[in-house]
Each structure stands twice: as C-alpha cells, then as structure tokens.
Design a protein around this ligand. Structure first.
Ligand code: AHR
Length: 502
C-alpha cells in the first residue's frame, strides 16, 4: 500500500487561474469542422447548420478560447475563399491534410459559432504561403468597425460589428518540414516581426503569438526560440509550445508520467525566452501560449492522410478513441499547465471535435463524450482564484523514459472570495492504490464538499457512441476530513478532484 502526504497552504500562490488555460482548437482537418461543429444533416443542427449538441458539449467543457483555422491547414489557406455567398466560394486542395476544402465555413461562420458556444476566437494567420498583406487584410476585415474596403465587405457579408479578435497566432509550426512554407528561424523570425509590427499599427490592442518549435524533440528546439524571439521580442506577447503524448510499446509507466516532460518543456521554453530577455536588457516577459497539447496516437492508421488522386472532403483523420489511462494523462497535463500559470497564459487542447478530441460525432447522427472530456471539464469549471503549489512527500516509481518520478502528482486552487480549495491529483501507479493524506492546517474549518475519482479496474476502457457513461468521475466514498486533515484512497491509474469549503 502506497502513502503520500500533501501540504496545501494559501501562501504558496503561483498565480491566478487563467480562463485561457482552458482553450481548445478547431482546425479545417478531417471531421473537426465539417460534420463536427457544422453538420446541417444532423437533427440537432440549428438554422446555421451548427450542431447544437456539440455547442452544448463545448459549454459543458468550459472552453475559453478556440484557435482557428489551423494548424498545418492555415499555412496554405486563403482566408478570402471563406467569405461571401457560400455557392460562390472556391473548392481548394488542402496540401496539409491531402483533402479538399469546400470553404463552406469561413471566418464569418466561425465567429458566429464562437458567439453560440460562448468562446473567444484565437485567429491564426498564414505565414507559410502568404505574409504581411493578407494578415493585414484579415485583421482589417475582423477588427475595423467600417469605412474601409475589407471592413465594409464584412458588414456587407452580414457582420455589422467588428469581431475585435484579441489573440492572433503568427503562423503555425513554421520549423516543421511538413509545414507548407517551412522556414528557418531567421526567415520566420524576420517575417513574424515585420508582420507583427504592421498588425499592431492597425490594431494596438491585439495580443500576438510567435511560433515556437513544433515540438521539444525538434533538432533546433531552444535555438529556434532564441532566434525567433531575438527578432520578435518587442512585437509579440507569447511564444507557442506544442506537445503530444502517447503510450509507446506498452510502456504505460512512462506514458502516465508524460506531465514530467511537459513540466520540463515549459521550463525550457521559459528559459529560452528569458535568455533573450537578458540579452535585450528588458523588463518585458514573454509568456507561453501552449496552443496545442493532448494525447495523440500519431502512428495509428487514422492519422495517415489520404494520398494520390484521393482528395476527399472531411475524411476520417486523427480520430483517436481514448481510454481511461489517456484521460488520467490529460488530467495530469492540466495539472502541469495550472502549476505553470505564472508562465503559461494560454493553452489549447488540440482539438475540440472528432480530431484527437474530447467530443465525437457521427455524421448526421449522435454525439458522445470521450474519457478525456471529464478531467478537462472538471478542471475548467472547478479551478478558480489562485493556483497553489503543493508540497508532496510520497513514493517514486521507475520509468524507462524519465527515470524516477513521483507516483502522486497534484496541484490546488484556492478561491479567496468563496474560500473554496480544490485539489486535482493523479495516482500514476498502474497497480497500487495510494492513500492520500492532505494537511489543511493552513485552512482552518474546511469541510469536504465533494470528492470524485475517474478510474476503472480496466484502464483500457474506452467510451463509444453506445456507451459514454459507464466510466465517468464518481464520488470517492473513502474521502474524509477530520481535525484539519483530508484523507482518501486513490485507485491505480486515477484522476481525482477534491473540493473543500466552509
Ligand atoms: O493538431 C494536429 C496538428 O498537429 C496540427 O495541425 C499541427 O499544428 C500539429 O502538428
């Protein structure tokens, strides 16, 4: 039997819980847009063809920002193809995903969807095949009230008021050889700096994200960040980070410790940004937009794009089906993002619907929630106030990828307005139950409001359209609070949420 002690104290504040930590991503990829958010054939479709069930799931997830329209897709995208009368819009080849883009959905439809789903758009511009001019045109179309060519065209297309989109990504993964228009750090850094400076002249209120490396294992990781930020530091607010994790060769122990890698990655990106800060002798800090993260089984057949003469519209792509262990990892990655709230100011779960997503749909049919839906929804709706670092004293276990790592990982939030304390915790052991003992002496008089656990004796259990509710977070009946101490048994491979209040 394993045992871990945790101390939670309101003095250990890392920073505020940021709503933008709970963002997601809608890319024109596979069935994310078509038959995902938009599916006129579905019974639940509204007057604009949007699936109302997906909107309901999105609201239940507590999604804040939604990155759009890509991803790899954006690097070959002409945004003007997606405006005006739908019947006049061109069909184009999407070189990123070897698909045909019908352009039925474009910026105006997407912005309508953000209003319906209560989300904030995070717009990406194409710095693969395009540059400053098309970025300025899109910004003018979106954010200028009227009286100019592009803003009046938006009004003519039905959107009287400007969208005033705040967050803008300066391209996507521009270091990746798979990217249309992939660049060196020098080439990209110079283009991003000039584009950012021009965009800010048009709208000084916007927040800009420069592309970081597409993954920490890229050979240029670190040096890419240094070069890009050397060019862009004065003009941008964020550097992006992307990370996907998956279980390889049955190594569940390492997979469950994926957040160890995310912690290290965030610290490394921050260090690279601070190196430039030091060289520039400036007080300004660049924050991290972790705008792609998730579990993604990239080697599975579902992730292979079509080829040859086959350029389908909205093919099945990246449709991973997640099990309970995947959900525990997603929960643990959220713990990592929260405990870096001083540096990670925005994040996007990639993606929202059908494509490596917490929400799945059948074309024209049912929708359902994957296992990964639950930790995200709980963290997003329950984390409030300040993020607290917690002191953990517990056992380690050996992993092939990361060496010795703690069995228990946890973070807490404290809402000074309500006094509520929420602890998010994972037990990474694949075999052992863990007794969690929390010292609450610094919070006199707290009582247990609620404790839930997501786990299953078979951690490979996977939700389907027929059954997405057999395994969900359920009350943890072992949880108690007594004399300033919380205690509970956490099953192996489990995600746990403990709410304490007055
Ligand atoms: O989210 C899927 C893909 O992963 C995105 O299009 C790309 O940016 C990343 O490589």
């Amino acid at each position: 039997m394993l045992h871990a002690s945790v101390t939670v104290d309101p003095a250990f504040v890392v920073g505020p819980v940021r709503r933008r930590t709970f963002g997601s991503f809608v890319e024109h990829l596979g069935r994310c847009v078509y038959t995902g958010i938009h599916d006129p054939a579905a019974d639940c479709a509204d007057e604009d063809g949007f699936r109302t069930d997906v909107i309901d799931h999105t609201r239940a997830l507590g999604i804040s920002t939604v990155r759009y329209p890509g991803g790899n897709f954006v690097s070959g995208y002409r945004w003007e193809d997606g405006i005006g009368p739908v019947d006049d819009r061109p069909r184009r080849l999407d070189l990123a995903w070897h698909s045909t883009e019908p352009n039925t959905i474009g910026v105006d439809e997407f912005m309508k969807w953000t209003v319906k789903s209560g989300t904030e758009a995070m717009m990406a511009i194409n710095l693969g095949t395009r540059g400053i001019e098309s970025a300025l045109d899109l910004l003018e179309y979106c954010n200028v009230p009227g009286g100019t060519y592009w803003s009046d065209l938006r009004r003519a297309n039905g959107a009287e008021d400007p969208y005033r989109i705040k967050m803008w990504c300066l391209g996507n993964e521009m270091d990746g050889p798979w990217q249309v228009g992939a660049s060196t750090a020098e080439e990209y850094g110079r283009l991003a700096a000039r584009t950012a400076a021009a965009m800010r002249r048009l709208d000084p209120e916007i927040e800009l994200v420069a592309c970081g490396s597409s993954a920490s294992h890229m050979p240029t990781f670190g040096e890419w960040e240094r070069t890009v930020l050397t060019h862009t530091y004065e003009h941008v607010d964020y550097i992006s980070a992307h990370a996907y994790y998956y279980e390889t060769d049955g190594d569940l122990d390492s997979f469950l410790a994926s957040a160890v890698d995310m912690d290290h990655f965030i610290d490394s990106v921050a260090a690279a940004a601070d190196q430039v800060r030091a060289a520039k002798k400036t007080d300004k800090r660049i924050h991290i937009s972790f705008d792609e993260w998730n579990v993604w089984y990239q080697r599975r057949a579902e992730s292979r794009p079509p080829s040859g003469d086959d350029w389908p519209v909205a093919p099945v792509l990246l449709e991973d089906h997640y099990n309970v262990a995947d959900a525990v990892v997603v929960g643990n990655l959220l713990i990592s993002l929260l405990r870096h709230t001083d540096r990670v100011h925005a994040a996007s779960l990639a993606q929202l619907v059908n494509v490596i997503a917490p929400i799945m749909t059948e074309p024209g049919g049912r929708s359902w929630r994957q296992t990964t839906f639950h930790p995200f929804a709980q963290a997003s709706t329950l984390a409030k106030g300040d993020v607290l670092n917690v002191a953990i004293d517990g056992p380690d276990y050996e992993t092939k990828k990361f060496g010795n790592v703690p069995v228990l990982d946890a973070v807490a939030t404290h809402d000074p307005d309500t006094g509520e304390v929420v602890i998010f915790a994972v037990n990474r052991s694949t075999t052992e139950q863990l007794t969690l003992d929390v010292n609450l002496a610094a919070f006199p008089g707290l009582r247990l409001l609620d404790a839930t656990t997501l786990s299953n004796p078979d951690h490979t259990w996977t939700a389907t359209a027929d059954d997405d509710s057999t395994v969900t977070p359920v009350p943890n009946t072992t949880a108690t609070v007594d004399a300033g101490r919380f205690a509970a048994e956490l099953p192996p491979v489990s995600w746990n949420v403990i709410r304490l209040g007055k």
